[in-house]
Design a protein around this ligand. Structure first.
Ligand SMILES: [Zn+2]
Ligand SMILES: [Zn+2]
Length: 146
């Protein structure tokens, strides 16, 4: 097997924090992973840790769009294994999608108030809850960033 002597690790020092950055990094994954060996996989997640055999950079690799539906690997460099957080990019993607959906809810036109105790917001048309509590009912967790 031919051993590659050069790697592209230094060209991608940042961690993708937005859905666009994640997509862009997915497109850059092949040359990055070409020099990487898998070290370990996190339990109960799609995240694994790899290391470049040329420069030693640690890369956390995720499939934030899922592995089956044309999902691409998305690597981001980490300083130590402890900096690798399982499903970090998946959560970024999910938050963005959740917020996009949240903003389609409403308006809170009432006239009744939200069916949640202690909430004085008006309810939305398709539910007896306000946008915040409707989101929580459907998703099972809070609106991201609140
Ligand atoms: Zn490298
Ligand atoms: Zn409410």
């Amino acid at each position: 097997m031919r051993i590659k002597k050069k790697c592209v690790c230094q060209q991608h020092p940042d961690t993708p924090e937005t859905i666009d950055a994640i997509r862009e990094r997915c497109g850059q994954a092949s040359p990055i992973l070409a020099t990487c060996d898998r070290l370990m996989k996190f339990k109960s997640s799609r995240t694994c840790l790899t290391q470049c055999r040329v420069c030693g950079t640690l890369w956390c690799v995720e499939y934030p769009f899922g592995e089956t539906h044309g999902g691409a690997a998305c690597p981001y460099a980490v300083a130590t294994p402890k900096n690798a957080k399982p499903d970090r990019l998946f959560k970024v993607r999910r938050s963005e999608e959740d917020l996009a959906w949240f903003h389609t809810l409403g308006p809170e036109c009432g006239p009744q108030v939200c069916g949640c105790r202690n909430c004085d917001r008006l309810r939305i048309r398709q539910s007896k809850y306000c946008t915040v509590h409707y989101f929580r009912r459907v998703k099972g967790y809070r609106v991201p960033g609140t």
